[in-house]
Design a protein around this ligand. Structure first.
Ligand code: ARG
Length: 460
């Protein structure tokens, strides 16, 4: 088609757009993925129009019959999407009209693509959030399972990537359980602001028909209507907020990924990841690379980028709708895809992690991990903490010079630095003693980790 007449809006135009402009302005290639939401929104709108006597009952019946056919045609891949029809909205409407005639042409009464697209995105995002919540839950439950298996397995806890104090692997996993729990809360909170109905705003100012917005909101499961028509069609802050929650989630994924990659390095050897999440090298036959966590770490940057795109897209836009907003979809969809794929894989991968307790134990003997325990012991014997800290510092220096860990120093050697030391010191210098003594809510004692796991399961 070359004439301007092909467009639903072509009445006042005297020449068609060039092919390049057509491609440049069309969005159907990417917004067709919202077709289900588009049809759901249209059906609710049509039902309201009929209830209000704006279209006839027969029109509504025709629209419903037609949309059932369009649905079936899209599902079976029969419908041919056309960039001549710009976007998902006009493609669906045109096909409906071809099937049912005038009723299809009446569907757009009291509506604009501006409030239509804003509605579709909100419906789409609401579905995406619900999917993400299910995935987050299964990922978090896999983390708890792993934590339970390794609730008492000692590993070095690090600060500055230097051995700091013993913790258990289960305790370490529960730290991620908390992070991803806050991510779930953020998505739940975002959902409240996503879940409002723009329809009724029409192009920007509202409409002259006696519409019932509350009815449409209830039909679509929205918690309420957008209060202001200009705001309803123009702002995408809910999409930015969603992508920001995605960015934070990916930041947590990236931290975990970094640890998994490091732990899997033979130089560290704390874990193995099941083969199905690793790949080999095309040149080095011995290699098994942790590709999945590495890619997830990389994809985090991509989601940050989508957040930046959306923030920049919205910045400086005057009220109300501007075509700029068509650019919201690709970053949004990409963030949804990246997060859902990543969560799905990570939920599975968490179950495929095996822990090398022997290597973690060996690492624990190399960094004077119980030095703080010795200082605490001296405090309990009456020494002020700062003096205890200094005395233990000297003991560490002596052990280092001898090439042994603190528990390998004799009672006499320890007494040279801290005369308060008695025979009972050796129970606090062991990893097991150190772990067991951090016995309060939030601490790493295996009994506390098990209690935290029980609470975690309740919260899931
Ligand atoms: N494809 C458009 C978008 O994604 C739909 C709204 C078009 N509205 C308009 N006034 N051109 O934003």
């Amino acid at each position: 088609m070359t004439s301007a007449a092909q467009y639903t809006w072509a009445g006042r135009f005297s020449e068609p757009v060039s092919d390049l402009v057509k491609r440049y302005t069309a969005s159907v290639d990417f917004d067709k993925r919202m077709w289900r939401q588009d049809i759901r929104g249209s059906l609710a709108h049509a039902k309201m129009l009929a209830k209000q006597g704006i279209i006839s009952a027969q029109d509504l019946a025709d629209i419903e019959r037609g949309m059932a056919i369009v649905t079936q045609e899209i599902e079976s891949g029969q419908l041919e999407w056309s960039i001549d029809l710009e976007d998902v909205h006009l493609n669906v409407e045109k096909r409906l009209t071809a099937l049912v005639g005038d009723a299809g042409k009446r569907l757009h009464t009291g509506r604009s693509r501006n409030d239509q697209v804003a509605t579709d995105i909100r419906l789409y995002l609401r579905d995406a959030i619900d999917d993400i919540q299910v995935l987050l839950k299964s990922f978090r439950s896999a983390l708890v399972d792993l934590a339970e298996k390794e609730a008492a397995t000692p590993m070095p806890g690090f600060t500055h990537l230097q051995v700091a104090q013993p913790v258990t692997f289960g305790h370490h996993m529960l730290a991620y359980f908390e992070m991803f729990g806050r991510d779930a809360e953020r998505f739940a909170d975002t959902r409240k602001r996503v879940n409002r109905l723009p329809l009724g705003a029409a192009a920007l100012a509202g409409t002259t028909y006696p519409i019932d917005r509350e009815f449409v909101a209830a039909e679509l499961g929205f918690e309420g209507v957008c209060e202001n028509s200009l705001d309803a069609v123009s702002d995408r802050d809910f999409a930015i907020e969603f992508t920001s929650a995605c960015a934070l989630l990916m930041m947590h994924i990236s931290r975990l990924s970094e640890e998994l990659v490091m732990w899997m390095s033979p130089r560290v050897g704390f874990i193995q990841i099941a083969d199905r999440f690793c790949t080999g090298s095309s040149i080095m036959p011995q290699k098994k690379n942790p590709d999945v966590p590495e890619l997830a770490r990389g994809k985090t940057g991509r989601v940050y980028g989508q957040l930046m795109s959306l923030l920049t897209l919205m910045k400086s836009q005057p009220l109300a709708y501007n075509k700029d907003n068509q650019e919201d979809k690709e970053p949004l969809f990409d963030a949804v895809d990246t997060v859902t794929d990543t969560l799905r894989i990570f939920a599975d991968m968490a179950g495929g992690i095996t822990v090398r307790a022997d290597n973690m134990q060996a690492a624990l003997t190399q960094g004077f991990a119980t030095a703080t325990d010795l200082a605490d012991y001296l405090v309990k014997k009456g020494l002020p903490f700062r003096d205890a800290h200094e005395a233990v510092g000297h003991a560490v220096k002596a052990a280092e010079a001898k090439g042994v860990d603190l528990p390998q120093l004799s009672l006499e050697e320890l007494r040279a630095f801290c005369p308060q030391v008695e025979n009972d010191v050796f129970s606090v210098l062991t990893v097991t003693g150190s772990l067991a003594s951090r016995d309060h809510i939030g601490g790493t004692a295996p009994a506390q980790v098990l209690a935290a796991i029980a609470r975690a399961r309740q919260r899931l």
